[in-house]
Write a protein that binds this ligand. Structure first.
Ligand SMILES: NC(=O)c1ccc[n+]([C@@H]2O[C@H](COP(=O)([O-])OP(=O)(O)OC[C@H]3O[C@@H](n4cnc5c(N)ncnc54)[C@H](O)[C@@H]3O)[C@@H](O)[C@H]2O)c1
Ligand SMILES: O=c1ccn([C@@H]2O[C@H](COP(=O)(O)OP(=O)(O)O[C@H]3O[C@H](CO)[C@@H](O)[C@H](O)[C@H]3O)[C@@H](O)[C@H]2O)c(=O)[nH]1
Length: 436
């Protein structure tokens, strides 16, 4: 099949690379000319394990090309996918301007002959498929187009693996010929029960429900960790105890500094906003969001407690800047808020991230020192905060760490270190919900 994919962010680029790897002919479109030039030369603009290799392989095989304009490839494509950003608007809703622009461009590009499938792969409010169809028809009322919803569930850091081995593919369309085309497109990825076929609105809702459930699960376990601290329980044991119940499962129950990234924070808010516009008050979503907003500031409370109310002049080492390991994405990373607060309080901050160092720069205050190695971060530090649980940080020897620090306070914001080993080495160790 021939595909045009509009937008080369995580979703558009990873989908483009994976569909071409599966043998389809793919043209990826982006407005940013330098990004398109970079992609044409086989260089990935994002850090994503396994992506660049497949990008180069499929460009060489002639199945994957890049363009700045969709008008050449869209009319000859079996499927046109919209994969542009839907960032958070000021009122918490999804900002739809990029999707609407692409819809107009598609309407202008498609001829009145042929049958076209347009897919919303971006995370969009319920009702968007109808809206996109209306915009396309406003441009060209004769075009025969099915606008469908096929939401994306990949995770950054394992995006290629997730796309090639999906738990399920959701296809939202009420038009039989469009359904047949989309089932065929995905047949090497999912068949049988792994394909969830539904209408457009339910598919759009599935994406928000999935992300909001996962975000709520994280806020729930963070709430349990916070309560455990107050009552003297240990969250690791609590998770073992509840996670062994198959109805709960141990997955996605890591207490820490809360969820960041480009999806959960904005999608919980967008779903809440959607509910409000339909006069429904989504109490659970408000709570998940509020708990998450507060959680990332826990290291500051602990530092103030440790240093008797003032951290002015204290040297604080930050381990990890990206919103999670195996990505260089800094969108809504807890490190940004934490570091700004530390600097405001007069601390001297040295920070390290194995991959996100450059991506982090524009988000951080100028007087933060970004260092090349993790050892340089904690040399002479009064306190260390682990924010992102990169594998290399887990291999730190607590005795070596203590020998290089000036102080002895370590805040493990992701419960990634061996608490007993740290305490036995003489470190004043604080983990989230672990101190009992
Ligand atoms: N990032 C993820 O892990 C992920 C996973 C699942 C779903 N999603 C959803 O997918 C959508 C895309 O997210 P992302 O992180 O991949 O996006 P992104 O914001 O990283 O990138 C979007 C790209 O679209 C391009 N673009 C904007 N307008 C364009 C136009 N008119 N024509 C061509 N290109 C245009 C931009 O230049 C940019 O390169 C969002 O709705 C997001 O919520 C993201
Ligand atoms: O037990 C956990 C699991 C995750 N997190 C945090 O939650 C955030 C999100 O993590 P993850 O879901 O792994 O990353 P994303 O790449 O943001 O992926 C989510 O958002 C995507 C965009 O919508 C969806 O496609 C994915 O299915 C969904 O997992 C990160 O800050 C993690 O540190 C925790 O705090 N505790």
């Amino acid at each position: 099949m021939k595909l045009t994919i509009v937008g080369t962010g995580y979703v558009g680029l990873v989908s483009g690379v994976c569909f071409s790897e599966l043998g389809h002919e793919v043209v990826c479109i982006d407005k940013m000319e330098d990004k398109v030039a970079q992609l044409r030369s086989g260089k990935s603009p994002i850090y994503e394990p396994g992506l660049e290799e497949l990008l180069q392989k499929n460009i060489q095989a002639g199945r994957l090309t890049f363009d700045t304009d969709l008008s050449t490839s869209a009319p000859s494509s079996d499927v046109i996918m919209i994969a542009v950003g839907t960032p958070q608007a000021e009122d918490g809703s999804a900002d739809m301007k990029y999707v609407h622009t692409v819809a107009k461009e598609i309407g202008q590009a498609l001829p009145s002959t042929g049958q076209y499938v347009v897919v919303n792969k971006s995370t969009v409010p319920v009702g968007t498929a109808d809206q996109v169809k209306e915009i396309i028809h406003n441009m060209n009322e004769d075009v025969d187009v099915a606008v469908c919803s096929v939401p994306e569930f990949l995770r950054e850091g394992s995006a290629v693996k997730d796309t090639m081995n999906p738990d399920r593919i959701v296809i939202g369309t009420s038009i039989p010929w469009a359904k047949a085309r989309l089932v065929q497109l995905h047949e090497k990825l999912a068949t049988g029960d792994k394909i969830v076929i539904t209408n457009e609105k339910s598919a759009e809702m599935i994406k928000y429900a999935a992300n909001s459930f996962l975000a709520t699960k994280i806020s729930f376990i963070n709430e349990m960790a916070n309560i455990s601290e107050h009552v003297g329980a240990n969250i690791d044991d609590v998770v073992r105890g509840i996670g062994s119940d198959r109805r709960i499962s141990p997955h996605f129950l890591n207490a820490g500094l809360g969820y960041g990234g480009s999806c959960f924070p904005k999608d919980v808010k967008a779903l809440a906003n959607m509910a409000e516009t339909h006069n429904y008050e989504p109490q659970m979503l408000y709570a998940a969001d509020r708990i998450n907003e507060r959680q990332r500031f826990k290291p500051l409370d602990q530092l103030l407690k440790k240093f008797n109310g003032s951290i002015e002049g204290k040297q604080i080492a930050i381990l990890g800047l990206a919103f999670k390991p195996n990505t260089d994405d800094m969108r809504y990373a807890p490190s940004i808020d934490i570091i700004h607060e530390l600097v405001k309080a007069g601390s001297i901050v040295r920070a390290h991230d194995p991959i996100a160092q450059n991506a982090a720069k524009p988000f951080l205050p100028n007087n933060v020192t970004l260092v090349e190695t993790m050892e340089e971060t904690y040399a002479h530090a009064d306190a260390v905060i682990l924010i992102t649980e990169w594998a290399e940080y887990k291999s730190i020897d607590p005795t070596d760490l203590l020998a290089q620090m000036r102080g002895n306070f370590v805040i493990d914001g992701r419960n990634a270190f061996d608490a007993d080993a740290y305490k036995n080495a003489g470190i004043d160790y604080y983990g989230i919900g672990r101190n009992s």
